[in-house]
Design a protein around this ligand. Structure first.
Ligand SMILES: Nc1ncnc2c1ncn2[C@@H]1O[C@H](COP(=O)(O)OP(=O)(O)OP(=O)(O)O)[C@@H](O)[C@H]1O
Length: 278
C-alpha cells in the first residue's frame, strides 16, 4: 500500500513518487517534483515523454496510479476539485479543442471564474468584465474582445487562452505547449509575454511544457527533462538544459547555444572522420 505523504504548505506542486499507468504501460513516473512559489519551470522532452500527463496531474485533472500528488497543498483524491480548479490557470490544446467556435472572446476569459467555457447563467460583476479586458490587454489582444473564438488565428487563440488562464489571479499557471503552431513572429511575441510574466514577482508559479529550448523565456528558473516517462534531469535551468542532458533526452548528439538568455539547439554535425568512413 502507498504511504500517503503530508502536503507541505509552501509547495504549489508536490509529487511524491508519482506514476501514471494504463494497463501495463507507464505513461509517466516515478516522478518526485516540488514547485515553489517563485519558481518558473519548463518541462521539456520529446513526443510521448509524458509531459502532458505530468501537467494534467498538476492541473488536478488526472490522479496518479501510484504515489501521492499534492496541488496547492491539497491532496488529490481528498479534495473537492471544483474548489481547486479556479486557483489554477491552465492553457492547453485540449482546452482549446473544447471551446465552441461561436464563443465570444471576452466571455471566454471572464468565465474562467467559474471554470466554465463561455458565459451561460453565471452572475458576473462589472469588475469581472473589466478584469477580463485587462487580461486581454496584458496579452496584447484587447481589440479582439468581441470576436468569436472560431474566427481567430492560432496565435490569437493562444493569447486568449493565456488571458483566460490569468483571469482568476491563479496561484499556479500551467501552459501546455503555448507556442505550438505559431510562426516565428508569433513565437517571439509569446516568448516576450511569458518573459514579462516570469520576471514579475507577483506572477504565479508557472510551469511551461514545450518540445523546444528556443521557446524557453528568459527568467525561467527551473527545468525538468523527460524521456519515455522517466526524468532525465530536473533542477536549476542552467544545470538541466545542457548538451549532455538534451542529447540523452532526444537520443541524438545535440549542440546547444545560448544568446541573450535564450537557448538554441540543433543536431551536432558529424565530423570529417564520419564522412570519410562512409
Ligand atoms: N489513456 C492512455 N492510454 C494509453 N497510453 C496513453 C494514454 N494517454 C497517453 N498515453 C501515452 O502516454 C505517453 C505520454 O503521453 P503524453 O501526452 O503525456 O506525452 P507528451 O510528452 O505530452 O507528448 P507530446 O509531446 O507528443 O504531446 C504517450 O506514449 C502516449 O501515447
Amino acid at each position: 500500500m502507498d504511504v500517503v505523504s503530508e502536503p507541505d504548505p509552501d509547495l504549489l506542486v508536490q509529487l511524491d513518487s508519482v506514476s501514471v499507468r494504463r494497463g501495463t504501460t507507464t505513461l509517466v513516473g516515478p516522478v518526485s517534483w516540488n514547485v515553489e512559489l517563485d519558481e518558473r519551470w519548463v518541462v521539456l522532452g520529446p513526443n510521448g515523454a509524458g509531459k502532458t500527463t505530468l501537467l494534467k496531474i498538476a492541473a488536478a485533472e488526472l490522479y496518479p496510479t501510484e504515489g501521492t500528488a499534492h496541488v496547492l497543498a491539497e491532496t488529490l483524491g481528498h479534495v473537492d476539485i471544483s474548489e481547486l480548479k479556479p486557483r489554477i490557470g491552465l492553457s492547453s490544446a485540449a482546452l482549446a479543442g473544447r471551446i465552441p467556435g461561436d464563443e465570444v472572446v471576452s466571455d471566454l476569459v471572464v468565465s474562467a471564474g467559474y471554470a466554465v467555457l463561455g458565459r451561460w447563467r453565471e452572475e458576473y460583476e462589472d469588475v469581472d468584465d473589466e478584469r477580463a479586458i485587462d487580461m486581454l490587454e496584458r496579452a496584447g489582444i484587447e481589440h479582439l474582445a468581441r470576436r468569436t473564438f472560431g474566427t481567430l488565428s492560432e496565435g490569437e487563440r493562444k493569447r486568449v487562452l493565456i488571458a483566460r488562464a490569468l483571469m482568476t489571479d491563479p496561484e499556479l499557471l500551467l501552459l501546455d505547449e503555448p507556442a505550438a503552431g505559431l510562426d516565428l513572429g508569433g513565437r517571439e511575441d509569446l516568448v516576450a509575454i511569458l518573459t514579462e510574466l516570469a520576471m514579475n514577482p507577483d506572477a504565479p508559479a508557472t510551469v511551461l511544457v514545450t518540445h523546444h529550448v528556443e521557446e524557453i523565456p528568459p527568467g525561467f528558473t527551473h527545468a525538468m527533462l523527460l524521456k519515455e516517462g522517466g526524468v532525465v534531469a530536473q533542477g536549476l535551468i542552467d544545470d538541466v538544459i545542457t548538451e549532455e542532458n538534451l542529447s540523452t533526452a532526444f537520443s541524438q548528439a545535440i549542440a546547444l547555444d545560448r544568446t541573450d538568455d535564450r537557448f538554441f539547439a540543433r543536431r551536432k554535425r558529424r565530423g570529417p572522420s564520419h564522412r570519410r568512413a562512409r
